[in-house]
Design a protein around this ligand. Structure first.
Ligand code: SF4
Length: 146
């Protein structure tokens, strides 16, 4: 994560390392289209940055974190709250970043928080639902971080 933050090379490097800013690719209100919660109205937060490199990836434009503006989690959460009580954090690979501040802020607002991850990075944050999709190029990590 530190390497990526340096690579972003902008004034928000410290904030991104701390997880108070995240490289936001897009955020939108929609219907979950797959998995256990299929059909549930949810606000999706797509975080930029992924180095797993799946050749079948349908969101390769997410890979380069530098292309996605560091965005304050205050802003992300306030926008999410306008649309839904359920948030899905996806990517990219969201666990490249410290998810603890974002999930704490969402929890303070009594929101349900789901994540879609390859598991290639240690778990951070507090989640109501984890959708784990392991990739053969990068095995899931078993340790979590505070
Ligand atoms: S982990 Fe997800 S975002 Fe990253 S390359 Fe694979 S499919 Fe794409």
């Amino acid at each position: 994560m530190r390497y990526l933050c340096r690579a972003m090379g902008n004034q928000y490097t410290k904030e991104v390392e701390a997880g108070t800013y995240l490289p936001l690719m897009e955020a939108f209100y929609t219907i979950q289209g797959e998995g256990f919660h299929k059909g549930a109205a949810s606000y999706f937060i797509r975080v930029g940055g992924c180095d797993v490199g799946c050749h079948w990836c349908d969101v390769k434009e997410s890979w380069d974190a530098e292309k996605h503006p560091p965005t304050s989690i205050d802003h992300i959460v306030e926008e999410a709250k306008k649309y839904s009580d359920t948030v899905v954090v996806t990517g990219g690979e969201p666990l490249m970043w410290n998810m603890s501040p974002l999930t704490s802020m969402l929890k303070e607002r009594q929101m349900k928080i789901h994540i879609e991850t390859s598991g290639a990075y240690p778990l951070s944050g507090e989640w109501d639902w984890i959708c784990l999709s392991p990739k053969k190029t990068s095995c899931p990590k078993t340790k979590s971080t505070p």
